[in-house]
Design a protein around this ligand. Structure first.
Ligand code: 13P
Length: 253
């Protein structure tokens, strides 16, 4: 009953011309897709052009971050209304790279998520443990804490719009994917937590993506897990053919 969502996080890659070309190639290669939400997340400077290139297609556009204020003296930041203005419908929040390199906190992610929802943007909220935390068997403690913090104050009327992206940090850009069983175990625990925080019925409606070295070769095994509802794809989203293969393999009709 949950429509899978495949999102391509382009990170700090693709200059304008290449970004538009990639977006158009993805839209055309996946035009037969029936039951998958497809989103690409270019850099801020390419958002407007990519969104206009994708207008009228089934592919949506996400930002990779957002400020909470609509305008003001926040040098270097981008507001939620600036995102909606250019046709952006989703925003990735709390990616581990932003937490690691730019000091994003759970509290900040929570504020951003609430503001995104208030502006009609779908937040894709990233959570995940480091290698050290996994080895110390702290994965669920870490992930539960992040989920609970990120969703604090988000009510039943909004929560089913939220997308969670479980991205074990040790699997990002390393070629080391979590096994489908490892990912499923965490996804199922997240869903159980959502049932506690909201209700079983609501938990069943919330989409949880997996991210970390997702490729055409491993998407089928991942997406066949009962609690994996899509993927947040980094490296493999930078080529139209690999990203489109991931999208098509996630289409359950
Ligand atoms: P990779 O797919 O390159 O491992 O990146 C995952 C990711 O960070 C997506 O947000």
């Amino acid at each position: 009953m949950r429509t899978p969502i495949i999102a391509g996080n382009w990170k700090m890659n693709k200059h304008l011309e290449d970004a538009i070309a990639l977006a158009e190639a993805v839209a055309s290669a996946t035009s037969d897709v029936k039951n998958v939400d497809v989103v690409v997340a270019p850099t801020f400077v390419c958002l407007a052009s990519v969104a206009s290139a994708l207008e009228g297609t089934h592919v949506g556009v996400a930002a990779q971050n957002m400020h909470t204020a609509t305008s003001g003296a926040f040098t270097g930041e981008i507001s939620p209304t600036m995102l909606t203005d250019v046709g952006c419908g989703h925003v990735i929040l709390g990616h581990s790279e932003r937490r690691q390199f730019f000091g994003e906190t759970d509290r900040g992610v929570n504020e951003k998520a609430k503001v995104a929802l208030a502006h009609g943007l779908i937040p894709i909220i990233c959570i995940g443990e480091s290698l050290g935390e996994r080895e110390a068997e702290q994965t669920m403690d870490k992930v539960s804490f992040q989920v609970t913090a990120a969703l604090s104050g988000i009510g039943e009327e909004d929560i089913t719009k939220v997308v969670l992206a479980y991205e074990p940090i040790w699997a990002i850009g390393t070629g080391k994917t979590a096994t489908p069983e490892q990912a499923q175990e965490v996804h199922a625990s997240i869903r159980a937590l959502l049932a506690q925080l909201y209700s079983e019925d609501i938990a069943q409606q919330i989409r949880i993506q997996y991210g970390g070295s997702v490729k055409p070769a491993n998407i089928a095994d991942l997406i066949s897990q009962p609690d994996i509802d899509g993927a947040l794809v980094g490296g493999a989203s930078l080529k139209a053919d690999s990203f489109s293969q991931i999208v098509m393999a996630s289409d359950k009709g």
